[in-house]
Design a protein around this ligand. Structure first.
Ligand SMILES: *[C@@H]1O[C@H](CO)[C@@H](O)[C@H](O)[C@H]1NC(C)=O
Ligand SMILES: *[C@@H]1O[C@H](CO)[C@@H](O)[C@H](O)[C@H]1NC(C)=O
Ligand SMILES: *[C@@H]1O[C@H](CO)[C@@H](O)[C@H](O)[C@H]1NC(C)=O
Length: 465
């Protein structure tokens, strides 16, 4: 579906690029500019729905993945604003967790009151993409938020000391024949950041800050992947006390890099997802042991020995309109003490770069879009345009350069996002105080992202949802 759209767009571009007045000095190389289809994307913003299409790749295990349903009572602007508020909270959490890990002040808390250090929440910010997963025997299905920024998977469990509202009946461990509590001396219990022991049952806690947390029994269960298979003995949290705004989800799937994450536990050699456009209601898949599509742009997957959870990519540069953005030396490298680096995150909305990198990128983009009508900033985004009077606009291409030499060209919808229903679009990047860069889900939309854990590469294949 997407493929067709882009083929027709490039034909439009051939015509439009000839007609429209090119900026004076740009020696218009084919890949320097792309066409943003304003009328189509606005229609989608207004519709917030589109037919679903699901592609299955050659994988062992596959789950259906969809974006959080829209709350139709709200308007698009206020939805986007609250999304950005959650996004800021998530990024603060990721940066804080990052600096905590580096300072090594994260002492293991083993007291039953769970006074672990907590920061601002990403409990609210993770619920954007939900996978449908089966738990126990007989199999019960649940919507779980996927999160590459954490490791422990959990779901709400009866009896509930405190549970938030969910659409499926809450999981009842005593009705599952495969549920088994983990003992306090198990290796899974030892791998938790925060744990306690109660009558030799391992108790876990994960805190997301701003009041969001989950506490309960750490146990093993059989996890089912649709009709594609199941894996027994997976350690998950059975949450009896769950507080916070995990809107729309019934639990969380931790896809991070440590030994407790789902991919590690099921010994997946790879996993991949495709994040459908937020404004569409189509679904896609979360696959394990899948091979990357042949047309994937391949980048090295790096690891940081100071923080195993995050999935790092070897980014070396950014191009705007075919020209390299001037970036401080080493801005993307993982420092000897674990600082810096670039992570790929499913839960962050807008890509973040250290302030100096962001400003350089933004200035390059502004420089090449002088012909477009500027509009005031919006929340964390400071470069916006009023495109309400255009059907299509020609915008400079933004691409990521990876070590190894490959370049990923982002579709225009992945860097110019509508923030209202009337045609205001903003450049979907922002700066941070920290040294960590985060590639967010707006930039990954419509792209199948494959994390090959065995061969240590990340593949990006556009238009593969
Ligand atoms: C929006 O909805 C209309 C009417 O239901 C449909 O014809 C059109 O294809 C939709 N557009 C998009 C981009 O989803
Ligand atoms: C949508 O929400 C924004 C921000 O809350 C508000 O300023 C605007 O008036 C609302 N628009 C409509 C059409 O309700
Ligand atoms: C994935 O493949 C590896 C290597 O072939 C295998 O050991 C593992 O069990 C597979 N995992 C799943 C979940 O299929």
């Amino acid at each position: 579906m997407f493929r067709n759209k882009f083929t027709s767009l490039s034909i439009t571009c051939l015509i439009l690029c000839l007609i429209s007045n090119p900026s004076p000095s740009s020696s218009s190389n084919d890949h320097s500019f792309q066409i943003l289809d304003v009328s189509k994307s606005l229609q989608q913003t207004r519709n917030a729905s589109s037919p679903s299409s699901t592609h299955h790749f050659n994988s062992a295990l596959s789950l259906t993945l969809s974006s959080l349903p829209f709350n139709s009572n709200s308007n698009y602007t206020s939805l986007t604003l609250s999304r950005f508020t959650r996004d800021q909270a998530r990024v603060r959490h990721l940066l804080h967790h990052h600096s905590l890990s580096l300072s090594k002040s994260k002492s293991k808390s083993r007291n039953p009151n769970f006074q672990s250090p907590v920061t601002s929440g990403f409990g609210q910010g993770t619920g954007e993409y939900l996978a449908r997963i089966g738990v126990g025997r007989p199999v019960k299905q649940f919507y779980m938020a996927i999160d590459t920024g954490s490791d422990v998977s959990w779901l709400q469990c009866r009896p509930c000391f405190s549970c938030f509202q969910q659409s499926d009946p809450i999981f009842n461990p005593s009705a599952s024949s495969t549920y088994k509590s983990l003992s306090c001396t198990s290796k899974q219990c030892a791998a938790l950041d925060t744990s306690a022991c109660f009558r030799d049952n391992c108790i876990y806690q994960v805190s997301y800050g701003d009041g969001s947390y989950t506490v309960g029994n750490f146990a093993t269960e059989t996890i089912s992947f649709g009709s594609s298979g199941s894996v027994s003995g997976v350690a998950i949290g059975c949450g009896h006390d769950n507080e916070g705004l995990f809107t729309g989800s019934e639990g969380l799937l931790g896809l991070g890099g440590s030994s407790l994450s789902l991919p590690s536990q099921i010994k997946a050699t790879s996993f991949s997802y495709c994040l459908v456009d937020r404004d569409s209601r189509s679904s896609s898949t979360l696959d394990f042991n899948s091979t990357a599509p042949a047309d994937s742009v391949v980048a090295p997957m790096l690891s940081n020995s100071f923080i195993k959870t995050y999935l790092y990519v070897g980014l070396t540069g950014i191009n705007v309109g075919g020209r390299a953005v001037r970036i401080p030396r080493g801005a993307f490298a993982i420092g000897r003490r674990g600082s810096g680096g670039v992570i790929v995150d499913s839960g962050t909305t807008v890509t973040r770069f250290p302030a100096a990198v962001y400003e350089s990128l933004r200035d390059a983009f502004r420089d090449m879009t002088r012909n477009l009508r500027r509009a005031g900033g919006f929340s964390l985004l400071d470069t916006c345009y009023d495109l309400s009077s255009s059907r299509t606009v020609r915008v400079p291409t933004v691409s990521f350069k990876f070590s190894g030499g490959k370049t990923l060209t982002l579709p225009p919808d992945n860097y110019l996002m509508p923030v209202d229903e009337s045609g205001k679009y903003c450049f979907a990047f922002a700066g941070t105080e920290g040294s960590l860069s985060i590639i967010g889900n707006t930039q990954q939309q419509g792209t199948r992202v494959t994390f090959n854990l065995a061969k240590k590469f990340i593949g990006f294949s556009p238009n593969k949802c």
